[in-house]
Design a protein around this ligand. Structure first.
Ligand SMILES: *Cc1c(COP(=O)(O)O)cnc(C)c1O
Length: 354
């Protein structure tokens, strides 16, 4: 990549109160931009003050959702330094997403260098209150002013960041999830394994319905048989059944989460038997009935680990581990967050210091 030009803001914003951060509402002073034009490739890497950009109303992204994104975080270490968690994995996943959506891939080194440089420029936006972090949102949009349905010839790669609050400000409370039997998130052959905005647009209705019924998240079933468990909300999902850890296999409609991969590596380190395979909702509810569903949790960058305390499926209802977080769920949470915030050893070299 060419050298990144840096234009610093003349009006730095005041830093927010770390106790009222929430998620995704506050943005740091700068953003990274990189353009793509056919024949020219990716060009003009630059960091500029955060702000709106002008796009033609006919820009393809608005009509046909040719868009991909990523999500990762920067963490403040106890010694004051800043570090990232497996950023090259996000870069590689975005390449896979780009390929599926016919977007020219952003090279891995370009992605990682852009993230590192942007976070360095806004390093004082990485909060240091317990459990807080700097959320990083890279995304690529198709910008051709053209309503014809084909791949765009021009794109914009942008990265924005913003401080986010402790996910569990009031302690880790297990969530209630609802098995969705009508809407589906993804099908094999579609875009389920990519991080693209279209997947989210299709998922909103089920999420709203679950919320109306008092559930926090949707447990997605596969799009063909509506039988096999895929994910929970926008997280991967794992279960401890009769001493064994089971999680849905990456069949093409499941997002290959980096938190999922990290959990599986830790669980194997710790000697657990881990199975990646097809799991029916029936198998799970039968195991619960038989008293063998010991723990259940979701995995994703935002919450890291989200224990599941209750599950509803049509007229059936089960409580997991008495509705409290289980020991394996807690150990995964403590180990992963410890590695991310730099308080626990990092034997797999997952962390990248700035
Ligand atoms: C991002 C995402 C995940 C979690 O991936 P991580 O890399 O662990 O953050 C899981 N499912 C969906 C649908 C996602 O978009």
């Amino acid at each position: 990549m060419e050298e990144i030009k840096i234009q610093r803001t003349e009006h730095p914003a005041p830093k927010p109160d770390p106790n009222t951060l929430g998620f995704g509402r506050i943005f740091s002073d700068h953003m990274f931009l990189l353009n793509y034009d056919k024949g020219q490739g990716w060009h003009d890497p630059r960091i500029v003050p955060y702000g709106p950009f002008a796009l033609d109303p006919s820009a393809m992204v608005f009509h046909y959702a040719q868009e991909v994104f990523e999500g990762l975080k920067a963490y403040r270490r106890p010694d004051g330094g800043v570090q990232l968690f497996r950023p090259a994995d996000n870069a590689r996943r975005m390449i896979d997403s780009c390929e599926r959506l016919c977007i020219p891939p952003v090279p891995e080194e370009t992605f990682v260098e852009a993230v590192k440089t942007l976070v360095s420029v806004d390093a004082d936006w990485v909060p240091d209150a317990p459990g807080t972090s700097l959320y990083i949102r890279p995304f690529v949009i198709a910008t051709d002013p053209n309503l014809g349905v084909h791949a765009s010839h021009s794109y914009l790669f942008c990265i924005i960041t913003g401080p986010v609050g402790a996910y569990y400000a009031e302690g880790i409370n297990p969530v209630k999830i609802y098995v969705e039997s009508e809407d589906v998130r993804a099908v094999r052959g579609g875009t389920g394994y990519t991080k693209c905005g279209g997947n989210y647009a299709a998922s909103i209705r089920a999420g709203e319905r679950a919320e109306e019924q008092g559930y926090a998240q949707v447990l997605w079933l596969d799009g063909v048989h509506r039988k096999y468990i895929e994910e929970v909300g926008s997280m991967n999902v794992m279960f401890k059944v009769d001493g064994k850890i089971i999680t849905p296999a990456l069949t093409g409609s499941v997002l290959p989460g980096i938190t999922r991969r990290s959990c599986l590596e830790l669980l194997r380190d710790w000697g657990y038997e881990v199975e990646e395979r097809l799991i029916t909702a029936q198998e799970l509810f039968d195991a619960a009935q038989a008293g063998k569903l010991e723990e259940a949790w979701g995995t994703g960058t935002a919450a890291v680990i989200s224990p599941i305390g209750e599950m509803g499926w049509e007229d059936k209802h089960v409580v997991v581990n008495g509705g409290v977080i289980g020991p394996v769920t807690q150990k995964l949470y403590d180990t992963l967050t410890g590695i991310q915030w730099g308080t626990v050893a990092d034997p797999h070299d997952w962390v990248v210091r700035l």
